[in-house]
Design a protein around this ligand. Structure first.
Ligand SMILES: *Cc1c(COP(=O)(O)O)cnc(C)c1O
Length: 407
């Protein structure tokens, strides 16, 4: 969680009644939090089934297999493996890329910390590239200039569930013999030219954290698009052993054979996710309806030059992971967030650029200019958007935003 998500947790606590006397001492009550974890209603029944019927609560039981199978089938993924987080899916991908100390990894500076730590933790040098202002995704036209003879991996991050320009990125990667790890943490159910995000690069990483569209509390999945990596992925995920092959009867005992760690989520978490995947279309449509209502309501202000709204390129279908807008500058954004708070709406900013952060400077460097990353990140703000938001809540957010931009 970034600083802004911590802020949002505090707001949720207020919403849960931890502040008993509204407005006392100037405390403002947030009635519409930035996020609520998705809940479709069948989650606890499936958790109970895992606990009481299946009597299997560790990893890789029936619910994990169902979730893996669902991802493979719905997204046309060669192989999907649930993990304990989006971060550990990225860490598994970094190990599978065989990162050696000094290898370079190209990624945007405008992303979550673990896009970076997954690679820098095992010795990679990070090479940050600027974003495009229209999608806040890595600017694909700047990638080639950042490649050196040390470059090994490109990590496109599909910000807000809107795809990076994957044809160009895959073409660059193939010509330079580089691997591609899609950070599709926010991109579950989104597509690029009809292909599911996460299934286009060599690896795709999903997050099922409670702030994401589909959740299991903490969790994620690694998608493997080249079957040559399947066996090693199973070993790394099973603490460096060939345990999966042992259970399939392919070897007669299981042995420590490679690097690894514990990346399997418990069945209780997988059972929660299964409930959400079964309702994935309903969740997606609900989120998209909220997104479109925000977009339509704020369009006049974009036309008047007062705000900038997200761009969805024609080849991308997005999943309404977030609705953001861009204010004029940092001061305008701060005033907007305060105004929304006064109207009970929890609006939050997002990533602080990595390249200029203390750890970013230690583990990496920016290639080329920071033309958009810092200035655009300073004026971006996200509106409340979660599954099950009521029409009234949505209208309250819209009315408050309109009041601010009209003033
Ligand atoms: C959420 C997120 C992650 C990390 O996922 P966790 O499940 O929280 O570990 C990584 N990258 C991006 C872009 C994310 O949004």
């Amino acid at each position: 969680m970034g600083i802004q998500e911590f802020a949002c947790v505090a707001l949720v606590l207020c919403d849960n009644g931890h502040i008993k006397e509204p407005k006392r001492n100037g405390t403002i009550v947030i009635t519409i939090p930035f996020n609520k974890p998705p809940l479709v209603g069948t989650e606890l029944g499936y958790v109970r089934e895992a606990v009481e019927v299946n009597r299997h609560i560790s990893g890789d039981g029936d619910f994990t297999k169902r979730c893996n199978g669902w991802i493979e089938e719905h997204f046309g993924a060669q192989k999907a493996l649930l993990t304990t987080s989006g971060t550990t899916a990225l860490e598994m991908a970094a190990i599978l890329c065989e990162i050696q100390p000094g290898d370079e990894v190209i990624l945007p500076s405008y992303t979550f910390t673990t896009t970076a730590t997954s690679f820098s933790n095992i010795g990679a040098k990070l090479v940050f590239v600027d974003v495009r202002p229209d999608t806040m995704n890595i600017d694909e036209t700047l990638i080639e200039a950042a490649i050196t003879d040390k470059t090994k991996v490109i990590v496109p991050v599909h910000y807000a569930g809107v795809a990076c320009e994957m044809d160009t990125i895959m073409d660059i990667a193939r010509r330079h013999n580089l691997l591609v790890v899609e950070d599709a943490a926010q991109g579950v159910m989104s597509t690029y030219k009809g292909r599911a995000l996460g299934t286009i690069g060599d690896f795709g990483c999903y997050s099922f954290h409670e702030t994401k569209n589909y959740s299991m509390g903490e969790g994620g999945a690694l998608v493997i698009n080249n079957e040559a990596f399947n066996d090693r992925a199973e070993i790394i995920r099973e603490k460096g052993t060939n345990r999966s092959r042992f259970f399939r009867g392919q070897v007669d005992k299981y042995t420590w054979v490679d690097v690894g760690s514990s990346y399997l989520p418990s069945e209780m978490n997988a059972a929660y996710l299964w409930a959400q995947l079964e309702e994935a279309d309903r969740i997606n449509e609900n989120r998209l309806a909220i997104w479109r209502a925000y977009y339509e309501a704020l369009r006049p202000f974009e036309e008047a030059g007062r705000v900038v709204l997200p761009t969805i390129p024609a080849e991308c279908k997005h999943n309404a992971h977030m609705f953001y807008l861009k204010c004029r500058d940092l001061a305008d954004r701060t005033a907007f967030i305060n105004h929304m708070k006064e109207h009970g709406c929890g609006c939050v900013f997002h990533y602080v650029p990595l390249h200029s952060s203390p750890a970013g400077q230690r583990f990496g460097r920016m290639d080329g200019k920071d033309r958009y990353t810092t200035p655009e990140s300073e004026r971006l703000v996200r509106l409340p958007l979660f599954f099950g938001m009521t029409d009234g809540e949505r209208q309250t957010v819209i009315d408050a935003a309109i009041a601010y931009f009209t003033a």
